[in-house]
Design a protein around this ligand. Structure first.
Ligand code: ATP
Length: 246
């Protein structure tokens, strides 16, 4: 069973059609990249999968549970991290992980927090308030929080955007291992095509709310007459910016 099935999903904000009839699935152990230019509809899609935004049309099913009718069940095995969603700054790293661990009813929470602090190189920040951490350190706390309950569906909105190249590489490795070993599915947005080629099994290219192209990020460029994924991204983005036929 896919960990995530999205069918015919659309979202309209007044006259703006942010997401239009999007259908895709994420399988266990699969990392799927959601790519597209600024304003393409990636965050809106992720927010509908998270249940933060209600779709105008369409369905989101997480491990067989429909988000519209079995919300608690669907979201129990889900977690996410995003650069724009920071953790409470007046709580320490430990307190933040503890609060979220209690919310997610994580078993053996004390031990799991220690494991996460070590995994994300956060031991020395245990009693530091999140608000004073650098953006890269905050990102690591957010990722530790996102994996604390070992979610079966992990949503990551530009998870490595504020990390230095060495830390970003390490985090990519951890997320890959998380998917491989835990059987979880990951939906990942990024503007870094090098990263996407390294980590994603499959990508969905979205523009103006629609999926334009889907496939293996290592094969797609050759199949579409481009040398690299970045070149393909730029060509698709330019093409999609052209005015639509009336
Ligand atoms: P980026 O790469 O810049 O983060 P994105 O692909 O995540 O972009 P979204 O944030 O999903 O894009 O936005 C999709 C479209 O919907 C944009 O045109 C945006 O301006 C519009 N939009 C998003 N939220 C709202 C809102 N609350 N009200 C009106 N329009 C919105």
């Amino acid at each position: 069973m896919p960990v995530l099935s999205v069918t015919g999903l659309s979202k309209r904000y007044g006259s703006v059609e942010a997401v239009r009839d999007v259908t895709f699935a994420v399988e266990p152990r699969e990392i799927v990249g959601l790519l597209g230019p600024n304003g393409a509809g990636k965050t809106t899609t992720i927010n509908m999968v998270l249940g933060v935004l209600e779709p105008s049309v369409g369905s989101v099913v997480i491990e067989g549970a429909d988000l519209a009718t079995h919300r608690a069940q669907a979201l129990a095995r889900t977690n996410f991290a995003a650069v724009y969603s920071s953790l409470p700054g007046n709580l320490t790293v430990y307190q933040n992980l503890r609060v979220f661990g209690l919310i997610y009813a994580v078993r053996n929470l004390r031990a799991r927090i220690e494991e996460s602090l070590s995994e994300f190189d956060l031991l020395r920040f245990r009693d530091v308030k999140c608000g004073v951490l650098s953006s890269g350190e905050q990102t690591r706390v957010a990722l530790a929080k996102a994996m604390l309950n070992r979610p079966h569906l992990l949503l990551l909105d530009e998870p490595t955007a504020s990390l230095d190249p060495s830390m970003a590489k390490d985090i990519r490795k951890r997320i890959r291992a998380f998917a491989d070993n835990g059987g979880s599915g990951v939906l990942w947005t990024s503007h870094n095509m090098y990263e996407v080629e390294e980590v994603c099994d499959r990508v969905l290219f979205i523009s103006k709310g629609r999926i334009l192209l889907e496939g293996d990020p290592r094969k797609l460029p050759g199949e579409n007459g481009a040398k690299t994924l970045e070149e393909l991204f730029i060509a698709l983005a330019r093409e999609s910016l052209a005015p639509e036929p009336t």
